[in-house]
Design a protein around this ligand. Sequence first.
Ligand SMILES: [Zn+2]
Length: 388
Amino acid sequence: MLIRLILFISLQSFSYVDLHAHLFASEGIYPLMRGNFFSDKIADSWDSLTIQKSNFKTLNESHFKLIVVSLYAHPLLNFDIKKSILRQIALAEEFVKRYPNWIIAKNSLEARDALTNGKRVLVLSLEGASEILETKEDIELFINKKNIRIVTLAHLIEDDLSGTSFFHFPINLINPWDYFKAHFLNSKENGILQHPIGLKNKGKKLITTLLSEGVWLDFTHLSDKGIDEIIPLWKNYKIPLLFTHTLFRRYYPAERAISKKHLEALRDTKGIIGIMPIEWELDFGIPMLKTDRCKGAFSVLVEQINHLFKYLKPEQVFWGSDINGLVPMMSGKCLSNEFQEGFFNIKHLIKLENEVSKKIKYNIFQSPNLNNFLDTWDQAEKKRKVIF
Ligand SMILES: [Zn+2]
């Protein structure tokens, strides 16, 4: 209790958590992402897509106290995706060896302890479980031995586990067969194109296994149909819903962004959400704004956060930067001169955060959100026998 109280007092300023950062993308999607985590090669503009936007130095110079590291290996760019994930974990292990002020936490208690002692925390997560978590041995290796504690089940393309959410055109052409099938079936709700497939049997089986191991599941990228199948169970078993990197559908009209219905479910399960500071997607919200058009994506980001607070408490909202996810970050268009270069490096997010916090109704960034992350993780990591 005393530890909790001390943490609450000492950690209640600024949003110290990034729920989704691809720190080692130059390993998982090389040559699409160039650079090397331990090299100095780093992007120098906000719209750079293919050069890493964070490295060992900027990570350590950033303000973040806890980062959920998203591990991803592209199947066409890697001979063996499991080995690529292991190489990325080895980079994380090498980082904490070189910087003993960081640890890789395997549970919320370890994270809490480290933070209380002034250390900083990496939490390992996997994006896209298909063909990686296939066998008992894989679970033993990746979950129990290598400490992947968060799994984003679905990713960009329908797989043997589930359907996946659609983006906007032309991004949907990364998934052409599903895209044309959905058009053909006229699979839509409120004008939003929806993937016709939810969870598959293999996906449900994997979810059951992961819950029995105390892994926290992230439903970013899952089709609406799949999320609808999850919600009653999550409510029943009191598991906090997690969306690590998303936008609000009101401002990004595509299945990829969280719907009002799912946001309400997230609220009911006391879950948490990560918001993406990504100019491309935020720009879709500009037509909905009546003022401040010049500032574009920045205004949409502010509006979106304000709107989220109609559903969620400030401590349920975090960054989900998706840094190095082959996406641009934010320009500083029409903001004051000091921001003209934009926000693109992981260590710039503190500046963006300061600018955003001046404009929002509640002070999200002075809320106890790091504590709330740990409390929510406490609840999520309970081992459960869930029956579909
Ligand atoms: Zn993603």
